[in-house]
Design a protein around this ligand. Structure first.
Ligand SMILES: [Zn+2]
Length: 50
């Protein structure tokens, strides 16, 4: 399902944002590291395919 943009604040994660809550990469982001918005990142490839 499409959701508001979010990204990981963890520096070791790729500089991408997500906009689907069923994205396999996005689902691996712990809630503590999950922030709203795009942070100027590009869209995750897996989210782009959905
Ligand atoms: Zn994604």
């Amino acid at each position: 399902m499409k959701v508001g943009s979010y990204y990981s604040t963890n520096d070791s994660d790729p500089d991408v944002y997500h906009n689907h809550d069923d994205c396999p990469t996005g689902q691996q982001i712990p809630l503590a590291n999950r922030a709203s918005g795009t942070n100027g990142y590009r869209l995750c490839e897996q989210c782009a395919k959905k």
